[in-house]
Design a protein around this ligand. Structure first.
Ligand code: AMP
Ligand code: MG
Length: 372
């Protein structure tokens, strides 16, 4: 009993032997399971924004391989879809619009343009992939940003309209040739949909590599795969449009995409007025929306690659303004949304029904004055 008092407690010798044996046996198991539970994160600049991918579970080696593949996919799409990358399909089309024979493009560019036109149709043109001539004129986010004259805007508006885009296929023996032409004076700009598409494709690459838990963040355009570390729903913050670097709400979800569009993201100021980067295609100028931000949340799985659509819709709903956006959401119950808007001098939040149990709004939400 003495020994127990003085030295803590003492185990019989044979128990020690068994315990030590178990420890030796357990060591590789612990090591292996630590390897299986690895975390890997990589951050890089791509598609004109910061892209961060975080993976949980699996071996370190498997995760690094998956990160390599996901980033390779994102860089590939940047090259394919950028309006500025020479040799990209989009660059080629923009260089020579209204070409009677159209331009031959990859099946992938064709497929994405078809989806973009479908979203343009479903949103009554609030999302318009032919907005490129106007975004170039305003130059928001570039060193050529300026307020154009009314005449310049009207001249470009004459050519506007996603309905002027033509997509067609030609059979060339066993090969299908995909062709695209745009209207005179038009330029494609996939800035409102390309990050969502890249997020969908990068998530597909990760899933193909067996990744079960991941967060992809393409400049605030999010996709989560599975659950956080396979254990609980992810808790995703939504940027407060009035307080930089602060979230005004959190959403608990899994296998989802979350995309936000807001006037606060990119803008320049002239004569005390802010001019932001989301253009109202019917006006040819930054949207005078009463929304502070539009966040779309949809299921995202291998069978439902919804980040592409969510990206287009976040931009479109922002342009629509609160009343039209709300009517759109009523007609499309599969689309979850959180709308921050301004009414009667007050900032308010609208949350679609399906999301209500999953969203927590923080105290002091939308109370900042960093607005518009
Ligand atoms: P997002 O950040 O997804 O809302 O996309 C905004 C970007 O999409 C802008 O920087 C423009 O390049 C482009 N864009 C602006 N207005 C529109 C619009 N109404 N429809 C489609 N693309 C747009
Ligand atoms: Mg968008």
């Amino acid at each position: 009993m003495d020994s127990v008092k003085n030295r803590g407690f003492r185990l019989p010798k044979n128990v020690w032997v068994i315990l030590c044996g178990l420890l030796v046996l357990a060591a590789p198991v612990v090591y292996l399971s630590a390897g299986r539970e690895a975390t890997a994160r990589r951050e890089s600049f791509a598609m004109d924004t910061v892209v961060a991918v975080t993976l949980y579970g699996g071996s370190e080696r498997q995760l690094q391989g998956a990160l390599d593949a996901a980033f390779a996919e994102i860089y590939r799409l940047e090259g394919l879809l950028s309006a500025f990358a020479e040799n990209s399909d989009i660059y080629k089309i923009n260089q020579e619009p209204a070409r009677a024979a159209g331009h031959e493009v990859s099946a992938e560019t064709y497929g994405l343009l078809a989806r973009a036109l479908s979203e343009a149709g479903s949103t009554g043109g609030a999302f318009d992939p032919t907005i490129g001539a106007l975004t170039a004129l305003w130059g928001v986010g570039t060193d050529r940003a300026r307020v154009p004259s009314e005449a310049e805007i009207q001249r470009l508006l004459q050519h506007s309209g996603w309905q002027k885009v033509r997509l067609w296929k030609e059979e060339d023996g066993p090969k299908t040739v995909y062709r695209v032409s745009i209207g005179e004076g038009q330029r494609l700009d996939l800035g409102a949909i390309a990050k969502g598409y890249a997020a969908d494709r990068a998530a597909a690459v990760l899933r193909e590599r067996g990744v079960k838990s991941a967060l992809l963040d393409l400049g605030g355009n999010l996709v989560v795969i599975g659950r956080f570390k396979g254990q609980r729903d992810w808790r995703l913050g939504i940027q407060d449009p009035l307080i930089a670097g602060s979230a005004f709400a959190t959403v608990e979800t899994s296998d989802s995409t979350l995309v936000t569009s807001g006037a606060y993201e990119r803008y320049f100021e002239e004569g005390g007025v802010r001019y932001h980067h989301i253009i109202d295609p019917s006006e040819g100028r930054p949207s005078a929306s009463d929304l502070l931000s539009a966040t779309i949340i949809m299921e995202q799985t291998a069978a439902a690659e919804n980040s592409t659509r969510s990206d287009a819709l976040s931009t479109a709903l922002f342009v629509m303004g609160f009343d039209r956006a709300r009517a759109f959401l009523e007609e499309h119950p599969e689309v979850g949304a959180i709308l921050a808007y301004r009414r009667g001098g007050e900032n308010k939040i609208f949350i679609t029904e399906g999301l209500r149990g999953k969203v927590s709004v923080k105290d002091g939400a939308l109370a900042g004055d960093g607005a518009r």
